[in-house]
Design a protein around this ligand. Structure first.
Ligand code: SF4
Ligand code: F3S
Ligand code: FES
Length: 250
């Protein structure tokens, strides 16, 4: 089958291409099980070597190829042609809310600045157990943050959030998911500091429960629920008493 792509282009270094514009590319001999990422590669290798995109693993692990495909944030390596309406041109554009550097590549630095702000690392100043074993916790304690360990920092959630589009100072759902992973870890000792950061005006309260973030997550993390649990912990001044049910995915 033939498939046409309508791609948002931008090249700040070339006069005439330094304002965003759309360009169509048609590919033939496309199979419905081809992935969008493979087809973008074909366009780059067969038709226009200047087409610029970011990718690494091609298997939904690294999180580097988030882009808007037919208006929805997706990882290009996880979308098959049969998953999208290919009767019309498949529209591909960079994720929103971050500065576009070239074509489909955005500057991720503002995203990672928010990530760093929530202390996304384990904090525990107690000596390691004398027997040399790891710090233990119960299965119930582990389940409290199981879902949020799956984040691959692809930014699909944050860049689908209208609150983030309106104000880039909002830490965004991805940073809150990362904070959640440590706030609810019974072995960690910096939950209070993270909750203080997230209680600031640009923290969790900028979330208006719009819920774009949860369906955008390629890891099926219950993002809005994690944000709700962090809000509750701030309101209660404690992570105690928050019952985290195992995530269910429809
Ligand atoms: Fe990506 Fe999901 Fe992590 Fe957001 S929560 S950055 S959508 S993996
Ligand atoms: Fe945005 Fe998700 Fe909240 S889309 S407003 S972070 S529920
Ligand atoms: Fe790594 Fe798609 S290329 S997630």
């Amino acid at each position: 089958m033939d498939v046409t792509f309508r791609i948002r282009r931008f090249n700040p270094e070339i006069p005439g291409k330094n304002k965003p514009y759309w360009e169509n590319f048609t590919l033939n001999e496309v199979d419905e099980t081809d992935r969008v990422l493979e087809l973008l590669h074909r366009i780059k290798w067969e038709q226009d070597g200047t087409l610029t995109l970011r990718r690494a693993c091609a298997h939904g692990v690294c999180g580097s190829d988030a882009m808007r495909i037919n208006g929805v944030n997706k990882l290009a390596c996880k979308v098959l042609v049969k998953d999208v309406n290919a009767d019309r041109p498949i529209q591909v554009e960079p994720i929103l809310g971050l500065p576009v550097l070239k074509d489909l590549v955005v500057d991720m630095e503002p995203f990672f600045e928010h990530y760093r702000a929530v202390m996304p690392y384990f904090v525990n100043s107690d000596p390691v157990p004398a027997d040399g074993r790891e710090r233990l916790q119960t299965q119930e304690d582990r389940e409290k943050f199981d879902d949020t360990t799956k984040c691959i920092l692809c930014a699909a959630c944050t860049t689908s959030c209208p609150s983030y589009w309106a104000n880039g100072k909002y830490v965004g759902p991805a940073a809150i998911v990362q904070a959640h992973r440590f706030i609810f870890d019974s072995r960690d000792q910096a939950a209070g500091e993270r909750l203080d950061v997230l209680a600031e005006p640009n923290g969790v309260w900028r979330c208006r429960t719009i819920y774009n973030c949860t369906p955008a997550c390629p890891r099926e993390i219950q993002v809005t629920r994690a944000i709700g649990e962090v809000k509750l912990a701030i309101r209660n001044g404690s992570t105690e008493g928050i019952i985290t049910e195992p995530a269910t995915h429809d």
